[in-house]
Design a protein around this ligand. Sequence first.
Ligand SMILES: [Zn+2]
Length: 267
Amino acid sequence: MTHYLLNVGSIKCYVLSDGDEETPKSEIRGMFSEESPAMDAAVEAWTGSTTFSMNCLLIEADGERILIDVGMGKLDASHSPQLPTRLQELGVTLDQITMVVLTHGHGDHIGGVVTDEGQLVYPNARHLISRLDWEHWTGPAMRPISEKCLLPLKDHIEKIDPNTPLATGVRTIGALGHTPGQLGIVLESGGQKLIDMVDATHHPIQMAHPAWSPKFDFDPIQAAATRRALFAQAADEGCWLMAYHYAFPGIGTVTRVGEGFEFHPLA
Ligand SMILES: [Zn+2]
């Protein structure tokens, strides 16, 4: 499958994978650094998907073509970027993207925003990023990835906050903790709703254990609170939930089970 289309009311959402990877259970366990027999047992007993994906989202609303995150690009030499090909298959050229939203400053979300020469991959798009993440990753936490991917954008990037409208029925939300300012996206139209919580969760094993924060969460306590709140919202409202790294397309529904939750993938 080259893309997954979900209509949220009148908003078209195409999930486009920048890549999928089968991960052994040892790597899933390795996301969590705590010594914990409960984690050992939960991972051992896991029978669901062990695929890690990079699920970018193309939203068509109000005549805009909005990309939510742009994949790894060529930051990792072992990765061949797939997002531009997926767009091409849809008949969308790179210069037709009108808006690029970078939810946070990690390489697997921003790597595809510039070419090796520092040129914009999506030349006609407005580029938006979480204000807190921009300040974090271009400030004291500056890394080579930020220099390569973020600094070329500095003259025209728009820094945004939670609750910023992107199009009719499309807005940002705070999904804080994974990074200082990670943004999620909410889409609402025609009585339907999708919450893209991006990296507020990394694997559906966290559904039953929302308190488990992987070692790459910047603030594990805040990340766990965000995760639990978004799982609960999806379960209680009966809406769709999307996660960037869940197996493609990373969209499903959520139910409450005991103190935790369960994920029911759409595909
Ligand atoms: Zn990520």
